[in-house]
Design a protein around this ligand. Structure first.
Ligand SMILES: *Cc1c(COP(=O)(O)O)cnc(C)c1O
Length: 373
């Protein structure tokens, strides 16, 4: 158990393979014309993979930009020494913009309040701040409505304090609705040509998430903003791209016992043994963000063989029925990843858990140490 030095006494850890991340970056790059820039989304602790380690690796991949949800995430990157441009994708409060100047973080603008606050702050500091304007072409969350965008952008263009560096929008149904996706791309193109007519330059127009990047060439514009695919996860089945998952979730067998037929397992006895069998206990649970609704469903690999979780998942422990298979204390158990030629993907768990792969990786708690290989 050599990894214990890195992970503490409880042998439960997530392995993050940064070479796989770099591989995915390169694969995605192949889809792009050479001048198209790459902003990588590293919000939510880089989708659970660890924001600083991921960002450092992206610097060596020559990523052009990082996307985060909040000022706090951007500050964390700056404090870790990351010098790449960083765009806040989420909404900020107009009171919170001081840090943008201090840490050289790029804000999005989609409200009058933030526009005025930035203008005021930039004037006071005599320091212009480049901005990206967020337009709603059909997502329905933050963003100026596309019909009102031209007027809004003209207003910003009139302010010398907030030079327009980018205009962007976000796809709502890239993986589910081709017609609507093409409609959003059309609305965005229309806005860009109106801006061109008005002589308002837009250095960086961007729209594509992972699915857009992979499946819609016309969505690339000047920059793309993948998240999920960088981590080696597929936004949809059957895409023609070779991605390698960056994250594996592992633990070790800590308890083994033989029980007879009719033995109830875990809270509520939702599983009762049908015959004499071996039940092992693993030190991980919903307290680590491993979804409880995977109880009696999710696979686990031990000694290269696939078994199933039995009984309800507890806060800190799960049980696996391994039948008459010989298992020992200390054996590695893989919950996400590969072992002995067998594999369990995040996508498979997401399917069983009735959610999306994003939620599985983002949900893995801080109690699980990330080990970088
Ligand atoms: C998270 C996010 C992305 C990345 O989406 P993926 O589906 O993970 O590629 C792109 N743009 C915005 C605005 C986002 O919030």
């Amino acid at each position: 158990m050599t990894e214990e030095r890195h992970i503490g006494y409880r042998p439960t850890w997530a392995e993050v393979d940064l070479d796989n991340l770099a591989h995915n970056f390169t694969q995605l790059k192949h889809f792009l014309a050479p001048q198209v820039k790459m902003m990588v989304c590293v919000k939510a602790d880089a989708y659970g993979h660890g924001i600083t380690q991921v960002a450092n690796r992206l610097v060596s991949c020559s990523a052009d930009y990082l996307g985060v949800a909040s000022i706090d995430e951007a500050v964390k990157l700056r404090e870790a020494g990351i010098k790449l441009p960083i765009l806040i994708l989420g909404m900020m409060h107009h009171k919170d913009i001081e840090a943008l100047f201090d840490y050289k973080i790029t804000p999005n603008i989609c409200s009058e309040e933030v526009m005025q606050a930035l203008d005021k702050q930039a004037t006071a500091k005599d320091q212009p701040i480049g901005v990206h304007i967020k337009v709603d072409t059909g997502m329905g969350r933050i963003g100026v409505l596309h019909k009102e965008a031209l007027k809004f952008i003209k207003k910003i263009h009139g302010l010398k304090t907030v030079p327009i560096e980018g205009v962007f929008t976000h796809l709502a149904c890239a993986d589910t609705n081709k017609d609507f996706t093409l409609h959003q791309i059309k609305l965005f193109k229309r806005l860009l040509s109106q801006l061109k007519k008005e002589n308002i330059p837009v250095p960086l127009a961007h729209l594509a998430n992972s699915m857009g990047l992979i499946a819609y060439k016309e969505s690339h514009f000047d920059m793309v903003r993948p998240g999920l695919a960088i981590y080696g996860l597929y936004p949809k089945e059957g895409l023609e791209i070779d991605l390698k998952p960056a994250l594996s979730l592992k633990t070790r067998v800590l308890y083994v016992k033989r029980v007879s037929a009719g033995h109830g397992i875990s809270y509520g006895h939702t599983y009762v043994t049908k015959k004499k069998t071996t039940i092992v206990t693993l030190p991980i649970g919903y307290g680590d963000g491993y979804p409880r609704n995977l109880s009696n469903k999710a696979p686990v690999l031990i000694r290269g063989k696939r078994f199933k979780i039995c009984g309800n998942i507890c806060m800190d422990q799960i049980m696996v029925d391994v039948g008459d298979f010989s298992v020992e204390i200390g054996d590695e158990a893989v919950l996400i990843g590969e072992q002995g030629g067998n594999k369990i993907t995040t996508e498979e768990l997401a399917g069983l858990s009735d959610t999306i792969p994003y939620e599985i990786v983002c949900g893995l708690g801080s109690r699980i140490p990330r080990v970088y290989i």
